[in-house]
Design a protein around this ligand. Structure first.
Ligand code: GLY
Length: 387
């Protein structure tokens, strides 16, 4: 079965979107003077903490800079230069191999793929294909899943672990098939997403974070709470990875089944939102922790909802688009740090890892990235790296 991808109708950009975009450009011009070609993750006390090159978030800052670079009409701003320096720095990780895991997709889609899409450089293409080949090497044939992390400590065997976040890594494989004509990349991407449909999405549309398979037989062994509250809870960022990842997968595969699942997860996500449309960190966390929001989950899901609005019949499109826009507008008006020059983050109140009590109630670089991608989608003038 196939879906009809309708061309996005050119809608007038709402004034708040252009205002938010312009404020973002001004703020990133200031923050990029300090951050430069480094790899921010979470902002603490107003400044982004910089991580090592192999950390999974390394692509988001250069990705955000690429969006601004293109959205500003390739103007003579420092964004492209810094993004390319970041891409170059990532070579030590790509050549190092042992620190690579499923997050290869996040890292090279937002650096080399986006650079190649905009400028067609051979070196960027080669880097992205190399990353895609590494990602292929993590596929488990019995369980039809891409392995998540490497062992965290000597002797640990986590070769049967798969995580929902990887739904956002497989677009790299779809890109590799488009680029090379080799269908194996696409086959692995689609097999992994079928496993997501079968084992990560519950009947009510809520989403598991980690499924442990027996790596020998491919049977499900255990559900693990991971960054959510517990195995049966509903971590909001994991739900957002599923909203966007399934929607992208539906578009790439032209699959009605994937589209239906993307809609099912989106309906669950939307049904759980509080009054201001920005999710709590886990929809099934104990009440006493629910003051903690995860703005990054809102930003990511909003991008998925905007894409979903382009894939569904026109009678359904407005609902998804207005839901995506509503979330982004609330992030801008209620969570934005635009009046605060002493804060480097764009969007406040993200939660990175509640179970480990890490980076709670802070700006997160992926929250900022998806906020900017969401604005770019609403403006309709930028290459989207994952598509
Ligand atoms: N593990 C990626 C995330 O924090 O969503």
């Amino acid at each position: 079965m196939t879906i009809n991808t309708t061309a996005a109708t050119q809608l007038e950009t709402a004034p708040w979107v252009n205002e938010a975009w312009n404020q973002t450009v001004q703020k990133v011009l200031r923050t990029s003077a300090r951050i430069g070609a480094e790899f921010p993750h979470a902002s603490q006390g107003g400044q982004y903490v910089l991580e090592a090159t192999h950390w999974w978030t390394a692509g988001f800052w250069p990705g955000l800079l690429w969006l601004l670079h293109e959205g500003e009409g390739n103007a003579d701003l420092p964004f492209r230069r810094i993004a390319e320096e970041c891409e170059l720095k990532l070579d030590e990780v790509l050549d190092g191999y042992d620190r690579l895991d499923h997050d290869i997709g996040f890292m090279w889609t937002l650096t080399s793929v986006i650079n190649y899409k905009q400028y067609g450089g051979e070196l960027s293409k080669r880097r992205a294909l190399k990353a895609a080949n590494y990602l292929m090497g993590r596929f488990n044939l019995k369980g039809n899943f891409i392995r998540a992390w490497n062992p965290w400590s000597a002797g640990e065997d986590n070769s049967g672990w798969a995580i929902i976040d990887c739904a956002m890594n497989v677009p790299l494989l779809q890109w590799a098939t488009k680029e090379t004509g080799d269908v194996r990349y696409k086959q692995v991407a689609e097999a992994h997403m079928e496993t997501v449909r079968n084992h990560f999405i519950r009947k009510d549309g809520s989403v598991r974070h980690i499924v442990r398979f027996d790596p020998q037989t491919g049977e499900v062994a255990e559900y693990i709470g991971g960054q959510g509250y517990g195995p049966e809870s509903a971590w909001s960022r994991g739900t957002a990875w599923a909203v966007y990842g399934l929607t992208l997968a539906a578009k790439h595969a032209g699959s009605q089944e994937l589209l239906d699942t993307a809609k099912q997860v989106s309906h669950f996500f939307l049904s759980q939102l509080p009054e201001d449309s920005v999710p709590v960190w886990d929809f099934r966390a104990p009440e006493e922790t629910k003051a903690l929001r995860d703005s990054s989950a809102g930003a990511c899901a909003a991008c998925g909802l905007l894409l979903l609005s382009e894939l569904v019949p026109s009678a359904e499109a407005a609902g998804y688009r207005s839901a995506g826009e509503r979330i982004l507008r609330s992030l801008y008006e209620n969570y934005g740090a635009f009046g605060q020059d002493e804060e480097e983050g764009l969007i406040l109140h993200g939660t990175s890892h509640y179970p480990e009590r890490k980076n709670m109630d802070v700006p997160l670089i992926y929250g900022d990235y998806f906020f900017v991608e969401g604005l770019a989608r609403l403006r309709g003038d930028v290459t989207i790296p994952w598509e």
